[in-house]
Design a protein around this ligand. Structure first.
Ligand code: GAL
Length: 803
């Protein structure tokens, strides 16, 4: 039987009281809520982490059909932060000590007569809990709530408890599929049958590529059956072509089907070796980012669509082939989407720097068990993180976590994220947070100084706190963040014994008082909290060839710079070259900087000449004189509007030989570099690929401002609960360029079948913002109105109910 989602009709009370568990609760102090739910909506920033720390209560009535009696009624919570005690009809039925893994309660032993059964949850979201990640400071907020799906499965007395499908030997034609099927209990006359089908949602249109295998049924002799099948001609799963299959396992008793389960799998071979990471036998440099699972206002509580959108953004907006789910297992919706996109995942147990006592460690070991068993069928997962992020060595503890991960999954390697050089290597891969780069020094640590030279090696974090960057920081600051990414990515791409790296991090996030910029935000992202890209995002995006990328580091406004000296312009692009036009005059064609960033797939293009041939053509200077004058201008701008004594002497000699006064030279500089007095300058950048112009950006003084409002989806579909659309808002000029210092307010109003998540009035920050709308449980149309100081815009939505 299918899952019955129970995401609606919960009652929530900010303070748990025993009566919530009883047959007739007093619901006066409760609020009717839908899951995913957060115990407390928070402001965007400047709030205290105490606001979500409480012992709250949830209650829901579940109607049990008569024919379900005598069966197992498995109620699964995909995520309840952080200690959840579940009461069924007033009896304590289970307690779970991890906010980041799923757990299941069988309601059957606790049923009372009649249809109505009561499930209540005492949920403790205090950070004083003696379980990971708590015990010391943490650089992220931990929120609270039943924040993932809850569903019920009705099972016959004997059922399939677990399926573990692995695909070793995939590089041969006759691929092997190994499936361990575990039953809840043994019973007489049991048989298992399996079949495998192409997962049709990503399958190509060509029907000849659709495949199906039926395998010989096998008698069940033990609680766990290990089945090995040959699957000739199955297609491989890869980052470019993530071909997926659905494995259906049916349990029969005396010839009658008593249970059936499906898992989605992919055939691929993965291996970290000293020389890097291999996918299906080919070396692949891993390039990615770390992701937290948080959003403004609702913390962790977002349903499927925004979870999936993050994976899509990593792949398409950021050109990544990998993500690290720092610092805990994340939503199955997110990982499912990674499977579909071919986005590789490094996932890890919850924790942050601190290792607790005996009970705490026991829970951490259990977390390894839950993480591996709950996620091991995902082809996208390539590494288990079995160490508490950035913790010190603890031989006994980490031997246990490693051993357990290997026992539960013989085909995946382990890593363990540390900031320590030379720490004990219990895992298969030395996964190191390398924060050495501070702007002017080396980009990455000498890997042989950090790890045994024959170990596989991966950089799990870099940048982050070394250079916090806000979307509203000045241009030079935003550029420096981007360049730090270039330097590290280039060094990693160029190294023959670093498998790859995941930068810190995908987007800004709310954090504790000990971290961040004082407003409870860590501005470490290449995107802001709403997932609006900063300049550094373009560094990532431009490494992929999926679509033309052309992002310019500057708005071309000299007043943004000290002494009006703008310096070099960086272009993040995947083009072969960039042509720059000043109005319609070609200034020059510029090429990727192979000298400084030669290992990156697409080095940035550096524009270091805004004058071109104008000094010869318009001012009548010889080529030699023009070059010398440009060199002087370059030094002058690079030094922020002054010359060194040596350059001063050179300048004096040059001016004398040309019979130019200092004032005349300064006027040329103003005219061609500072561009004062030019009434309508427009800089046009053209990306050229294979001789064709593939993208154009125009920069010049902004004369107009408008809001660009985009919604990731305008049809909200309720299948298992409410659905959410993500709205991005950007202030742009008439050429589509973001206005980075536009900080004006916008107001939101919703009508019809949708509601707003978060406040109805916010200010743009750094020229951008966002909001979220959710479906309200009824079909129909809805409208989001966005008003600003100058007008309003409407976005139309349709809500469909499919539950
Ligand atoms: C690391 C840590 C991350 C984050 C980052 C900031 O040490 O693992 O969670 O705090 O620093 O740069």
């Amino acid at each position: 039987m299918q899952r019955i989602y129970l995401n609606d009709d919960w009652y929530f009370k900010a303070q748990f009281t025993e009566d919530l568990c009883g047959p007739e609760a007093d619901l006066s102090g409760t609020e009717k809520v839908r899951l995913p739910h957060t115990v407390r909506e928070t402001p965007f920033h400047y709030f205290d982490e105490s606001v979500y720390q409480m012992v709250s209560g949830y209650r829901r009535e579940i109607l049990i059909k008569d024919e379900w009696r005598g069966k197992h009624l498995l109620l699964t919570f995909e995520g309840a932060a952080h200690e959840a005690r579940v009461f069924v009809n007033g009896v304590s039925a289970a307690v779970h000590y991890c906010g980041y893994t799923a757990f299941t309660v069988d309601l059957a032993p606790y049923l009372v007569p009649g249809e109505k059964q009561v499930v209540a949850v005492r949920l403790d979201s205090r950070e004083s809990l003696d379980q990971p990640p708590f015990g010391h400071v943490i650089d992220y907020m931990t929120y609270g709530g039943i924040y993932r799906d809850v569903y019920l499965e009705v099972k016959n007395p004997c059922y399939i408890e677990d399926i573990y499908a692995a695909t070793p030997d995939v590089l041969r034609d006759d691929k092997t599929l190994k499936v361990d099927v575990t039953l809840n209990e043994m019973a007489p006359d049991l048989e298992l049958s399996m079949c495998l089908d192409t997962w049709t949602e990503t399958a190509p249109e060509d029907p000849s590529l659709l495949q199906h295998w039926d395998f010989e049924p096998e008698k069940v002799r033990f609680k766990t059956s290990c089945l090995t099948e040959e699957v000739n001609g199955a297609y491989l799963w890869s980052t470019d072509y993530p071909f997926l299959y659905v494995l259906t396992v049916t349990l029969k008793q005396a010839g009658q089907a008593v249970d059936s389960r499906q898992v989605r799998i992919g055939f691929r071979e993965i291996s970290f070796e000293k020389e890097g990471f291999y996918l299906n036998g080919d070396l692949l440099k891993l390039r990615g980012l770390n992701r937290h699972q948080s959003w403004p206002y609702v913390g962790y509580a977002m349903p499927k669509a925004p979870q999936q959108l993050d994976a899509d953004m990593l792949k398409y907006e950021l050109g990544c082939n990998m993500v690290r789910t720092s610092h805990y297992p994340q939503s199955q919706h997110f990982i499912d989407r990674c499977d579909e996109l071919g986005l590789l995942v490094f996932t890890e147990i919850p924790g942050w720097q601190h290792i607790g006592g005996t009970r705490w460690k026991k829970i951490a070991v259990r977390n390894v068990r839950e993480m591996v068993t709950q996620y091991r069928n995902h082809p996208s997962i390539i590494l288990w993180g079995v160490r508490i992020n950035e913790s010190v060595d603890d031989d006994a503890f980490y031997h246990k976590t490693n051993q357990l991960a290997h026992e539960l999954d013989y085909y995946r390697q382990t890593g363990g994220v540390r900031y320590l050089k030379g720490s004990h290597l219990y895992e298969d891969v030395y996964t190191f947070n390398d924060f050495i780069h501070s702007g002017h020094n080396r980009a990455v640590t000498d890997r042989d100084k950090a790890a045994p030279s024959d170990s596989p090696y991966f950089i799990s974090e870099f940048n982050g706190h070394m250079y916090p960057t806000k979307a509203f920081d000045d241009e030079a600051h935003r550029l420096e963040q981007a360049l730090r990414y270039c330097r590290v990515l280039d060094a990693v791409e160029g190294s023959e014994d670093i498998a790859g790296c995941t930068g810190w991090c995908m987007f800004d996030y709310n954090t504790h008082q000990d971290f961040g910029s004082g407003d409870r935000v860590c501005y470490h992202g290449v995107m802001d909290m709403f997932r609006n890209p900063k300049l550094a995002a373009a560094v990532y995006k431009s490494q992929s060839d999926a679509e033309p990328v052309l992002e310019i580091s500057s708005s071309m406004n000299i007043g943004e710079y000290a002494a009006s000296q703008m310096g070099d312009i960086y272009v993040f692009t995947n083009a072969d070259s960039v042509r720059l036009y000043k109005n319609d005059l070609l200034i020059g064609e510029f090429y990727p900087d192979e000298d400084r960033f030669g290992s990156m797939p697409h080095p940035p293009v550096i524009i270091d000449d805004l004058i071109g041939d104008q000094l010869t053509e318009k001012e009548g200077l010889s080529e030699d004189a023009a070059d010398r004058l440009k060199a002087l201008f370059k030094e002058y701008t690079a030094r922020g509007g002054e010359l060194s004594p040596v350059a001063m002497a050179r300048a004096a000699a040059f001016l004398k030989s040309r019979q130019l006064t200092f004032e005349e030279a300064a006027a040329l500089c103003n005219k061609y570099i500072s561009t004062w007095g030019d009434s309508a300058i427009s800089w046009r950048f053209e990306a050229v690929k294979d001789g064709q112009v593939t993208a154009v950006r125009v920069k010049g003084p902004a004369h107009e401002r408008m809001l660009r409002i985009t919604a990731d989806r305008q049809t909200l579909c309720e299948e298992t609960g409410y659905d959410v659309a993500t709205i991005h808002i950007e202030a742009i000029d008439e050429n589509g360029n973001r206005l980075p210092y536009y900080q004006e307010p916008v107001c939101f109003e919703t009508e019809g079948a949708i509601g707003l998540i978060g406040p109805a009035m916010i200010s743009l920050q750094g020229g951008c913002a966002g909001t979220y709308v959710r479906s309200l449980g009824r079909s129909g149309s809805g409208t989001l109105t966005v008003k600003d100081l100058y007008g309003e815009a409407k976005v139309a939505f349709t809500v469909e109910l499919k539950g």
